[in-house]
Design a protein around this ligand. Sequence first.
Ligand code: NAD
Length: 469
Amino acid sequence: MTAAKPLIAQREDGIDVLNPYDGSLVGRVMVSDPDDVDALLTRARQGTALSRALPRHRRAAILEKAARLVDEQSEDFARTIVREAGKTIVQARKETLRCVNTLKLSAEEAKRNAGEIVPFDAYAGSEARQGWFTREPLGIIAAITPYNDPLNLVAHKLGPAIAGGNAVLLKPSELAPFSALKLVETLIKAGLPEAIVTVAIGGAELGRAIVSARDVRMVSFTGGFATGEAISRSAGLKKLAMDLGGNAPVIVMADCNIGKAVEGCVSGGYWAAGQNCIGTQRILVQAACYDRFRDAFVAGTARVVAGDPSSEGTDVGPMISEAAAERAEVAVDEAISGGARLLCGHQRKRAIYSPTVLESVPHDGRLWREEIFAPVVMLERFETLRDAIRLANEPDYSLHAGIFTDNLADALEAAAGIEAGGVMINDSSDYRFDAMPFGGFKHGSMGREGVRFAYEDMTQPKVICINRA
Ligand code: NAD
């Protein structure tokens, strides 16, 4: 696989992107370094003029056509995701379908969300004034994305940015850049003027140089907490959108359908080998059904097939690297030394870490408090819903949560009490639809993705006011 030439400022050297499952070469990609940022910005500035000049019907037509083209080549996109990110083929196909939807939603937004009438006569003395506000592009948006959804998370930034008439300087994860490059090529095939999206591949140093550039008006970042903090330190005076990690709790009440809860939590815990920002990490189970749920959940986990992600029967593929799997293994060892009880899993073969279940995990340890981002799930017993909500809220940050119950009042009490950007009722934390507002509560999270919400973040209102007096 090779990277499309016109898309990146190229150095002579490059990096090898390796398949996390078998270490084979996915492709070599040319990288940019901080010295290239001036050239990247020159191209992006040309992009802002081109993008702003595109009428909304053209932006929509390009995004719609790109959605069609991704759909037509969906198997090829899915196979790219499998090769570079290690997602299973079944999950990669779902990501590709979601990307098609994200692009279609972006096309709708371009046509729909252009501004509003301002009711000037609502203020005494302004009766003779009349006007509206428009939604204007911001200019250059730096989009920085992680490896775990290497296609759809890129679409979540490019789609709304293009719909809003911006130019984008995109730095996808250097670990899995090919899905992003294919998406940009597809947008160009669909008619997008090339300079509207500039792609640069590289690591933290390049990222730092991009986010600190004065001409960048907004940084739209998806990734880990430490990186989010580093970006906020180097970005300076510009708009920041931060889609960071989670440590999702799911509450299981004794009155729920246990079979449905087990099925939801097995999928929510191990989707994408647990490398999922809304993956279920802590399952809080009411004491009256704890043993029953635990036995069924451990049995469900034992049925999960881990292995070759390109095989149709695999449920859990490799983590992004052997080092990432080792980090998960060490965190679990640490929890076990602190008193946690291992119920199943905790076997590692290179980058494949088997789905792992623990109970009695110490609450002052990092497994309980931090994001593990691995196929590791903790079970915890509680008595009352109030206790469960308190436990759910213990970590300092949060993205999604879930509750399984047949009792509407309990469901709504949990929805009100859990501090999270989304509470899924009778579903695991891992449900997301690309049009809904998506983002975190508490430490560090700011802004929302979900096409309409990102589009609004990526545009600025301009008021036009006519004085008829
Ligand atoms: P990461 O933070 O290591 O890297 C994300 C991106 O930031 C990469 O492109 C990386 O090269 C770049 N980067 C690294 N240092 C930088 C710096 N100093 N300045 C600018 N850019 C820099 O994240 P990852 O390991 O690729 O992804 C996993 C993380 O992403 C998890 O924490 C996960 O929860 C989070 N995530 C969040 C969401 C969400 O929507 N909330 C979705 C998916 C993943």
